[in-house]
Design a protein around this ligand. Structure first.
Ligand code: BG6
Length: 491
């Protein structure tokens, strides 16, 4: 697939995401020779930088990557430009239009444009509107908008934002990004399910007893307190990344691999999902917040002591919950979802636990559970493993579990690209398969509405459970599973 000549315009070019993820991803695409030679990156933000200042800032931020390949950078950097733009100022947007025409002539980018909104979420709607009003979205074949998460704050605001965005262009011009969908291992869930025949017959309530979806991080809030205090783990991770992993794990097989067929199935499964107890959500959701921890030599501050965080903050940095998917495939199978910052290990995975053998003929050598498990390792150690029972060597007939493993690293050698590399390329290719459609994003917000309302109206019913940094989260989250006779996986 070949990316057509074009100009990528990044709004929010002075922000964190641009130098941490977007420009490195574009540089990677450049090194892989996947960018067309007629390509330009136009950074836009309010700061009055020149092209050279922007190039200098990016060079500073990418110093270690550049050192590995100075020659490639020297070529790439000539494709970087900058224009001071405040999207709230109509005259700035008119000036942007003129600058884009100049760039088109300079770089032969032929009026083909991808606009990336990496600005504060409160400007997503007005940003799209400003581009549409300036006539920059009127050609659906040659203009598209990428919108970062979070898309809305709840069901109502996501619907309202969708209305605005759709009034600015067609759905196929809008690319709502979720970088988890850019991960090879998340895409691999589809390949594993739909390119093999052995999984599909058992991928349902008859064989699977429960599903666990985890995204555990060791980092804390870092320098993002301002954003995180208004978001919390539910909005930051669960509504998007974890819900997308759930959708791909639970969706029905699509008839074709095309954007609409895939997204129809994802939207359908999210519409069938619900909290395990919608009437009394406190029975199925635990919120936590990290306290201090770490070792004597390397102590870690608690969330409330982090710079920029309210010392009485009740923002959750951990969420665990139980969901059901009310359809024929999954009726009655619990989906346990958890995420947290400052946990014991960095680990994202999907674990399918199968029903136990109906009759236990053999004693378990380990005394542990004997259910089969399929573990889809999203990161790190990208791969998968299947756990099953084998005969424990020696006299007698005792069984013990072993793991059959597939590792991306061992099988393919080269490290996979970062999610943003794949997604930026796909957006520039106008391929929306790995982007969230409006109905999906709304279904995802609707799913968590009972929780968001409860947190808003009567937060004491969903109290914050403190947990020590570098542990596996609050004990209350263990109790959530213990009530069902289960344990969280702690590899
Ligand atoms: C982002 C969140 O979307 O995902 C961050 O805003 C989080 O808070 C990050 O740290 C996790 O992404 P990854 O790819 O490191 O698992």
């Amino acid at each position: 697939r070949v990316i057509a000549p074009q100009c990528l315009v990044i709004f929010g070019a002075s922000g964190d995401l641009t130098h941490r993820k977007l420009v490195p991803a574009l540089f990677e695409l450049f090194k892989q020779r996947r960018l067309p030679s007629e390509f330009a990156l136009l950074g836009c933000a309010r700061r009055p930088w020149s092209d050279d200042e922007f190039r200098g800032k990016m060079a500073e931020a990418l110093a270690s990557k550049i050192a590995e390949n100075q020659e490639a950078w020297d070529q790439f950097v000539s494709k970087l430009f900058y224009e001071p733009v405040d999207l709230q100022q109509p005259e700035d947007v008119v000036r942007l239009g003129k600058r884009l025409e100049t760039v088109d002539q300079q770089c032969a980018t032929r009026g083909n444009r991808t606009f990336y909104l990496s600005v504060s979420p409160k400007f997503y709607g007005s940003g799209c509107r400003a581009l549409a009003d300036a006539g920059l979205l009127k050609d659906p074949q040659r203009s598209r908008v990428v919108i970062e998460k979070p898309f809305g704050r709840d069901y109502g605001s996501a619907q309202a934002l969708n209305r605005v965005v759709k009034s600015c262009g067609q759905e196929n011009q809008i690319f709502r990004i979720d970088h988890y969908l850019g991960k090879e291992t998340v895409q691999n869930i589809m390949v594993l399910r739909f390119a093999n025949t052995i999984f599909e017959p058992i991928w349902n309530r008859n064989y699977i007893s429960s599903v666990q979806i985890t995204a555990a991080e060791t980092v804390g809030v870092e320098e993002r307190a301002g954003y995180y205090e208004t978001s919390g783990a539910l909005r930051d991770m669960v509504q998007n990344h974890l819900t997308q992993m759930l959708a791909i794990t639970a969706m029905e097989p699509p008839g074709r691999f095309d954007p609409e067929a895939i997204r129809n199935e994802k939207a359908k499964v999210l519409q069938a999902a619900r909290l395990a107890d919608e009437q009394e959500p406190w029975n199925c959701c635990i919120r936590g917040q990290y306290g201090p921890g770490g070792s004597h030599d390397a102590p870690l501050a608690g969330y409330r002591q982090e710079p920029g965080v309210d010392p009485n903050s009740t923002t959750e940095t951990y969420v665990a919950m139980k969901l059901f998917v009310d359809n024929w495939r999954w009726q009655g199978v619990p989906f346990y979802v958890r995420t947290g910052k400052r946990l014991a290990k960095r680990l994202s995975e999907v674990v399918l636990t199968f029903r136990e053998a109906p009759v236990h003929l053999f004693d378990a050598a380990t005394g542990g559970p004997t259910a089969n498990q399929l573990i889809l390792r999203i990161q790190p150690d990208e791969g998968a493993e299947f756990r099953f029972e084998v005969k424990s060597p020696g006299s007698g007939m005792r069984s013990r579990p072993i793991d059959m493993e597939f590792s991306y690293d061992e099988s393919f050698g080269e490290p996979s690209d970062e999610g943003y590399v794949r997604l930026l390329a796909d957006a520039m290719l106008s391929d929306p398969t790995l982007f969230t459609r409006s109905d999906e994003v709304e279904a995802a917000w609707r799913l968590y509405t009972p929780l968001l309302e409860l947190i808003e109206d009567s937060p004491w019913q969903l109290p914050i459970h403190p947990y020590e940094s570098r542990t596996w989260g609050p004990a209350a989250a263990d109790a959530l599973l213990a009530r069902d006779g289960l344990l969280w996986r702690r590899p």
